[in-house]
Design a binder for this molecule. Structure first.
Ligand code: 0O2
Ligand code: 0O2
Length: 223
C-alpha cells in the first residue's frame, strides 16, 4: 500500500517556511532598533521521509498517529548568544497569538546523559492551505551558540556509532559538554562585568534598563 508522503508533508513544509520567516523577523526588528537581539540566527528543516520511517519503527508509531506522536516532523532551531537570551525568546514565543505552546522540555537545566543541552518547545501552528486550516505540531529548539557547537559535532560523530559511542568517547564528549557549559557561563560573566563597568563609568546611564521591552534606543550602550 503506497503512502502519499508528499501530500502528508506539504503542510509541514509550509509551516517550517512560515515559522522561519516569522522568527527571523524578530531578529530584524531588534536590529533595526539597535538593540541586542535575543535571536542570533534561525534554521529549519522538515524531517526526511527516511528518518520519519526510522522513528516510526523505533517507537512503534502507526501512520494514523504520526501527526500527534512524532512532534518534530517540522523542526525549527533558534540560536542565541547568551543563556539569558533563552528566557527572552521564551517570553516572546509565549506572547504570540499565531502559535500555541503545547509542551516544553528544559534540557538546559536538565542536561541529557549524553551532555546535550537545549530548550525544546512544541508549538501548535495553524497553517492555512487551499483545503482549509490545519493545526501542525512543530518543535522549536532554543540553544546558545556553544550548545549548538557541541550538539552539531556530537550529532555528526554519532552517525558512525548510531548513538552507541564507546565508553571512552562518551566520557570525552561529556568533558566537552562541560567545557561548552563553562564557556557560556564565562561569557555571561563577561557581559555582566561590562555592563557594571559601563554603569560606573557613566552614572548618567544608571537609570537605563537593558534588554527586551526598553523602548528608547540608548541601550546600544549594553550591546
Ligand atoms: P544571512 O544573509 O546569511 O544572514 P533559507 O531558508 O534558504 O534562507 P536555509 O536554507 O534554511 O536558509 O539555510 P540555513 O542553514 O538554515 O541558514 C540559516 C541562516 O543562519 C543563514 O542566514 C546563515 O547565514 C545563518 N547562520 C549564521 N551562523 C550560522 C551557523 O553557524 N550555522 C548555520 N547553519 N547557519 C548560520 P540567512 O538567513 O541565509 O541570511
Ligand atoms: P534530528 O533531526 O536528527 O535532530 P527522542 O527523539 O526519542 O530522542 P524525544 O523526547 O522525542 O526524544 O525528543 P527530544 O529529546 O525532546 O528531542 C529529540 C531531538 O533533540 C533530537 O532529534 C535532536 O535534535 C535533539 N537531541 C536530543 N538528544 C540529543 C543528543 O544527545 N545529541 C544531539 N546532538 N542532539 C540531541 P532527532 O530525532 O535526533 O532528529
Amino acid at each position: 500500500m503506497g503512502m502519499d508522503w508528499e501530500t502528508f508533508l506539504d503542510p509541514y513544509i509550509q509551516t517550517v517556511g512560515e515559522l522561519k520567516i516569522k522568527l527571523r523577523s524578530i531578529r530584524k526588528q531588534f536590529r533595526k532598533q539597535n538593540k541586542h537581539s535575543p535571536i542570533e540566527f534561525v534554521t529549519g528543516r522538515v524531517k526526511s521521509i527516511e528518518s520519519i520511517k526510522e522513528k516510526m519503527v523505533l517507537r512503534d508509531i502507526r501512520f494514523e498517529n504520526l501527526a500527534t506522536d512524532l512532534q518534530d516532523i517540522a523542526g525549527l532551531r533558534i540560536m542565541v548568544q547568551f543563556v539569558d537570551d533563552v528566557d527572552d525568546v521564551l517570553e516572546l514565543l509565549r506572547k504570540r497569538q499565531d502559535m500555541t505552546i503545547v509542551q516544553e522540555r528544559d534540557y538546559i537545566h536538565h542536561m541529557k546523559a549524553s551532555g546535550y543541552r537545549s530548550y525544546h518547545v512544541i508549538v501548535e501552528y495553524p497553517v492555512d492551505t487551499i483545503h482549509g486550516q490545519k493545526k501542525i505540531l512543530a518543535e522549536i529548539q532554543i540553544r546558545t551558540l556553544a550548545m549548538n557547537f557541541w550538539a552539531t559535532i556530537e550529532h555528526s560523530l554519532n552517525y558512525k556509532y548510531q548513538g552507541d559511542f564507546p565508553e571512552e568517547i562518551k566520557k570525552r564528549l561529556e568533558v566537552t559538554a562541560k567545557i561548552a557549559f563553562e564557556l557560556d557561563e564565562e561569557m555571561r560573566k563577561i557581559r555582566e562585568d561590562i555592563r557594571e563597568a559601563q554603569l560606573l563609568f557613566d552614572p548618567e546611564n544608571r537609570k537605563l534598563s537593558d534588554g527586551v521591552g526598553n523602548s528608547d534606543d540608548t541601550d546600544e550602550l549594553y550591546r
